[in-house]
Ligand binder design. Structure first.
Ligand code: FE2
Length: 309
């Protein structure tokens, strides 16, 4: 048996640790929580951390791992026995947890349950602040592109115990741990690549301030703002050229009951964006041609993006 409690953090491999730490703090309002050797940990508010930056040392930059906190009902031994029982290779992790990989090779870290006592157990607004005004409320979810949606969905439900919230025909699956509609999503584009990490904002007003700030730093949206048909969240996707991913800024995500039955949404424009446009093709790509096309909004101006070789 395995049971997750929540998403803990995303590990990002970066080119230049000092540059990246300063950039994520000044652009997204994160605060630096700790610095040990080649690792810098950043937080949205008063959580221990939500982003773990590590120096690239020549390796590919981008989302390097996603860490999940186990539920108090499930210790590390139980999680290891469960994963090994499914034939999954598990290793000890330097952070005191376990590490394994999904079927696309994305690294997963499992951390022991952490007790929250006293004030730390209160609702966020009743705890002492540690962030800066305007910072995201929390890290909410991650999204990965894949070329084998069915098998990857099986991995996250069987190996990690997530539940399917909804499907977009054969194109996507949204997965949950608790009542929040999703903490993880998989989109089938024919090839594996981490797509985005998502920060939650209080409401659209909070997001406007954040998006204005990001635009003044030269950032642009690859897609959005949109109102997703699936999950209902209002989402805006900021391109992070430096770490080959997007950051989604979202608010107002659907909550589902414990006995929620997965729905199968039609793969149409409305399921993806009740307000209007689907994303340009560049939104699903991380190559230079896609980035340059998106930077100047070329697809919208009638210049198609050449297919990848
Ligand atoms: Fe998302």
């Amino acid at each position: 048996m395995i049971r997750l409690a929540r998403i803990d953090h995303v590990g990002l491999r970066v080119e230049d640790l000092d540059e990246a730490a300063e950039r994520w703090c000044s652009q997204f309002g994160l605060v630096e929580r700790s610095r040990e050797g080649e690792v810098v940990r950043l937080a949205c508010d008063d959580e221990p951390h939500c982003l773990e930056l590590s120096a690239g040392r020549g390796e590919a930059v981008g989302i390097e791992h996603v860490a999940w906190e186990l539920h108090p009902d499930c210790d590390l031994d139980a999680a290891r026995a469960h994963l090994e029982g499914l034939g999954i290779e598990v290793d000890e992790d330097v952070a005191g947890g376990l590490t394994c990989r999904d079927l696309d090779g994305n690294r997963i870290q499992l951390l022991p349950a952490r007790a929250r006592t006293g004030v730390e157990g209160y609702v966020q607004h009743a705890r002492p602040a540690a962030g800066v005004p305007g910072a995201p409320r929390k890290l909410g979810h991650v999204n990965f592109l894949t070329g084998r949606l069915k098998e990857q969905t099986g991995f996250y439900t069987d190996a990690l115990g997530m539940k399917v919230s909804d499907r977009l025909e054969d194109a996507g699956v949204w997965l949950r741990i608790d009542s929040e509609h999703h903490v993880m999503a998989l989109v089938d584009t024919g090839a594996a690549h981490p797509h985005h990490l998502a920060f939650e904002y209080v409401d659209f007003g909070h997001k406007i301030a954040a998006l204005d700030h990001l635009a003044r730093h030269g950032r642009w949206l690859g897609w959005g703002p949109v109102r997703h048909g699936i999950a209902g969240n209002m989402a805006s996707y900021v391109r992070i050229v430096e770490e080959e991913c997007f950051v989604e800024l979202f608010c107002d995500m659907e909550r589902v009951p414990e006995d929620h039955e997965p729905r199968n949404y039609p793969d149409d424009r409305f399921s993806s964006n009740t307000w209007g446009p689907l994303p340009p093709r560049s939104y699903f790509r991380f190559d230079q041609a896609a980035i340059e096309s998106e930077r100047e909004s070329l697809e919208t101006r009638g210049v198609p993006l050449a297919p990848l070789e």
